[in-house]
Design a protein around this ligand. Structure first.
Ligand SMILES: NC(=O)c1ccc[n+]([C@@H]2O[C@H](COP(=O)([O-])OP(=O)(O)OC[C@H]3O[C@@H](n4cnc5c(N)ncnc54)[C@H](OP(=O)(O)O)[C@@H]3O)[C@@H](O)[C@H]2O)c1
Length: 420
């Protein structure tokens, strides 16, 4: 049972990574212990760089991670890269960074991902694949004592109970790279007691349809949905931002990362995407984290944690007028957000069912087989029929998730027959 003082995700001075500079040294000592040198002494060259395995190297987060590693090559070393299908791009990355260990899903399957996630030399595994393909590799990496830098949210939404209890058991830490959760993590530095948190305020840009009427949403196209006003991201998460399912997934992700109750997680629309999220404390003070809308800030923060070093992106310019607006979300216009909240409240298998149904619906929308407003209908249909208990092992969970995919696909076919 965790207490306020040993919540292992919260930044805390006494942990392997902490707030004061000496903890960078402690981190390397911890690595030495992991590597079997109980004396804690070794030649400095062994410990000069943090060694990173990057799953999803060819995607949007992958590219931002490579920018950070390029800029801080004196401290960071890429030792393994994995991707899905883009073999040429993966090879080019491996060549540029001198990486020997690669894995391509279409060639090496899940085994390849697992092998990379558990490379003995790796200190941290950055997970930037889409969907839940990385669930098993993440669990294997945790069992092998690796720390995890998690950009992917579906892994926690579906398997948060497995991932967080495995991390507690092994002492691995799960660091948030999703910008909202990274912001919360930063806001909690120096305030690690869970009992001092009143609520987490996740900010949301509102996506491309923030100002679009419900009536006009009937006719939006894939291209409209992929035109995000502030962020450049992969297609699935960009559509999730347009429906606001993304913010729903983030609420569920926050529940696992910070071990708070569902009623302690709120969403605030913030069109500028500069305040990445906030924490309201029990004394009603609110701490926020600000940066321009680029993922390099969160990625760099975690890869160098607990150190800080020069940033690699444009900074906020306070010599010009900078307006920051906040307003409540419209759950009538964006029912995916309501459905995610209801799933989070219901707990059990509901968040996994929400995520799996959403994945099927978004894929169909991206292939132009479903109108934008039908995405929440598919999710709602699945949630109304969800009867699974939450499986407590990865195999059963993956099987149950696959069953939801099938259920959603059957409903899609029925919808098409009705409208044909
Ligand atoms: N992009 C952002 O700004 C952002 C922000 C916060 C959180 N996230 C989260 O981060 C994750 C990645 O997002 P993204 O925008 O970077 O997606 P993306 O651009 O679509 O990239 C996905 C990456 O995953 C790889 N991949 C897909 N299926 C795979 C498989 N079966 N095995 C191994 N690799 C596989 C892809 O490889 P190939 O291209 O070679 O197939 C690609 O490298 C998502 O969970 C998203 O929600 C993204």
């Amino acid at each position: 049972m965790m207490t306020d003082n040993d919540n292992f995700l919260m930044p805390k001075p006494e942990s392997g990574f902490g707030n004061d500079r000496s903890n960078w040294k402690n981190y390397f000592h911890r690595r030495l212990r992991k590597n079997g040198d109980s004396s804690g002494r070794s030649s400095p060259s062994i410990h000069a760089k943090r060694r990173i395995v990057l799953l999803g190297a060819t995607g949007s987060i992958g590219e931002s991670t490579l920018q950070v590693i390029r800029a801080h090559s004196d401290r960071l070393e890429l030792i393994g890269v994995a991707a899905g299908r883009q073999g040429d791009k993966l090879d080019a990355i491996a060549r540029e960074f001198g990486v020997k260990e690669t894995s391509l899903f279409c060639r090496d399957g899940l085994q390849g991902l697992e092998r990379l996630a558990c490379l003995p030399e790796a200190d941290i595994v950055l997970v930037a694949t889409t969907g839940t393909i990385a669930l098993r590799p993440v669990l294997s990496a945790i069992a092998a004592g690796k720390d995890i830098a998690l950009a992917n949210k579906e892994t926690l939404v579906v398997g948060g109970h497995l991932v967080m209890s495995a991390a507690r058991a092994s002492g691995s830490r799960v660091y948030p790279i999703d910008s909202e959760h990274n912001a919360i993590f930063q806001c909690l530095e120096g305030n690690p007691k869970r009992s001092s948190i009143k609520r987490l305020l996740l900010t949301a840009s509102g996506g491309p349809f923030r100002e679009t009427s419900l009536e006009a949403l009937k006719n939006v196209t894939v291209e409209d949905a992929l035109r995000h006003p502030n962020w450049s991201m992969g297609p699935k998460i960009t559509v999730d931002s347009a429906t606001m399912a993304n913010k729903g997934l983030e609420m569920i992700e926050a529940r696992w990362l910070f071990d708070v109750r569902p009623d302690q997680i709120d969403v605030v629309i913030h069109p500028q995407s500069i305040v990445h999220s906030m924490v309201e404390f029990c004394d009603d003070s609110i701490i926020a984290q600000l940066a321009p809308p680029s993922m390099t800030f969160a990625i760099q923060h975690i890869l160098l944690y607990p150190e800080r070093a020069r940033g690699i992106n444009e900074t906020l310019d306070f010599t010009k007028v900078l307006s920051l607006e906040f307003r409540p979300p419209d759950e009538k216009k964006f029912p995916c957000l309501r459905l995610a909240r209801e799933s989070l409240d219901a707990g059990g298998f509901f968040p996994a069912a929400f995520s799996a149904a959403n994945e099927v619906a978004v894929d169909e929308f991206l292939h132009r087989g479903l109108p934008f407003l039908a995405i929440p209908k598919v999710i709602s249909h699945v949630l109304e029929r969800t009867s699974f208990e939450l499986p407590n092992n990865a195999d059963d969970l993956i099987e149950a998730e696959a069953a939801v995919h099938t259920q959603a696909e059957i409903f899609l076919r029925q919808m098409k027959t009705l409208t044909a």
